[in-house]
Design a protein around this ligand. Structure first.
Ligand code: HEC
Ligand code: HEC
Ligand code: HEC
Ligand code: HEC
Ligand code: HEC
Length: 227
């Protein structure tokens, strides 16, 4: 026997409120994700504390909830972060400031690197070093030098196969076989292509293996950020 019309209407109303409320609760609930790491820390970062890279998000929980409700109602342009803020160049550089970096990220904001920026984002550490991946570097294309060094020529090139030839032959995977990227290793640069490290050794190093460039460095990182 069908339920009286009145009862059905009431049930529909209660159900409606329930579904709406549940949906709202899910939407407004703190982004729990942000409170749990995504995977193993990268090489050398095993002992770092979360807050060295993720500052606590601005405002208390109520303010963050309100800000996100305003965002949902289109009264606010962006979502507010719950719990922890995202990490990037400022956090990395606080511990890895290296005045001798031959490829410092800030340089690549210049207009002439526009094309390289859209291709590989060299202006940002995490383009090549995503965190929580359990590796040293996440860049996969060893030949990314091509985006900036097509015109590199050396006066009195000391290499048996000149840079001009290497570049004309598009041997971009050879570059990291003789050069590190940041110039932070104290090392002698090979002058014969036969002495260049093979790409597999470079890949093993990027994955977290031993350094093919030796262990002697110009700058060591800080164990914790400056106060
Ligand atoms: C060395 C710096 C560093 C440390 C230490 C660190 N993180 Fe991260 N974390 C990052 C970076 C950079 C990203 C964003 C880039 C990425 O996806 O790898 C990130 C992303 C995240 C994300 C994913 C956010 C999203 O929406 O994609 C979570 C969650 C997170 N971190 C939590 C933690 C927790 C919890 C800890 C402590 C156990 C921690 N992190 C320690 C650098 C760090
Ligand atoms: C609190 C200081 C701190 C912060 C912040 C930090 N690091 Fe580190 N980092 C270290 C320390 C300490 C090591 C370990 C060095 C060692 O073992 O010799 C390390 C190691 C590394 C290594 C491997 C170095 C090697 O020679 O094997 C890379 C790459 C690296 N960090 C990149 C980053 C990036 C990118 C960020 C920003 C997302 C970052 N770090 C943030 C302190 C920090
Ligand atoms: C375009 C890619 C790219 C970007 C951007 C980049 N790196 Fe690297 N990084 C590499 C590669 C490739 C290596 C391995 C070769 C080497 O050791 O120099 C490396 C190695 C490192 C190492 C270990 C060797 C060393 O120099 O002590 C650290 C630490 C590091 N990067 C930190 C950073 C930090 C901090 C930033 C941002 C300020 C950054 N990197 C930006 C590609 C990149
Ligand atoms: C986003 C652009 C960019 C990328 C990508 C890039 N470089 Fe460079 N590189 C530069 C600039 C700019 C200089 C400074 C010299 C100049 O102004 O021409 C430089 C300088 C160098 C130097 C000479 C440093 C010195 O102190 O004399 C070497 C070696 C080098 N790069 C190797 C590489 C290798 C190897 C790669 C790829 C793994 C690479 N670069 C990727 C822009 C880039
Ligand atoms: C066989 C080893 C070897 C290979 C492979 C190699 N280089 Fe070099 N490169 C050298 C040597 C040696 C120098 C001389 C300066 C030095 O000793 O660092 C040099 C110098 C440079 C310079 C500095 C130029 C200047 O004005 O001082 C740049 C930039 C450079 N290389 C980029 C590259 C790029 C990009 C590639 C990949 C196409 C590459 N190298 C491949 C050995 C190599």
């Amino acid at each position: 026997m069908p339920a009286p019309k009145r009862l059905r209407q009431n049930l529909a109303l209660i159900l409606g409120i329930g579904i709406g409320g549940a949906a709202l609760a899910v939407l407004l609930l703190p982004d729990r994700e942000m409170l749990h790491a995504r995977g193993p820390m990268n090489t050398g970062h095993e002992n770092l504390r979360c807050e060295y890279c993720h500052q606590p998000a601005r405002g208390n929980l109520r303010q963050q909830l309100q800000a996100n409700a305003r965002y949902l109602l289109r009264l606010r342009a962006s979502k507010a972060n719950f719990g922890l803020q995202r990490a990037g160049n400022p956090q990395c550089l606080a511990c890895h400031d290296r005045p001798t970096d031959r490829h410092p990220v800030f340089r690549f904001n210049e207009p002439r690197f526009q094309e390289a920026r859209s291709a590989i984002h060299p202006e940002s550490c995490i383009s090549c070093h995503l965190e929580h991946r359990g590796v040293r570097a996440t860049v996969v294309d060893l030949g990314y030098c091509r985006h900036c060094h097509e015109d590199t020529r050396l006066k009195n090139d000391p290499v048996d196969i000149s840079h001009e030839t290497l570049i004309a032959e598009e041997q971009w995977n050879s570059c990291l076989g003789c050069h590190d990227f940041h110039g932070n290793h104290v090392m002698k640069t090979a002058q014969r292509l036969d002495d260049a490290m093979p790409p597999e050794r470079i890949r093993a190093y990027l994955s977290g293996g031993a350094s093919p460039y030796g262990t002697d460095k110009r700058h060591e990182p800080r164990e914790e950020p400056p106060p």
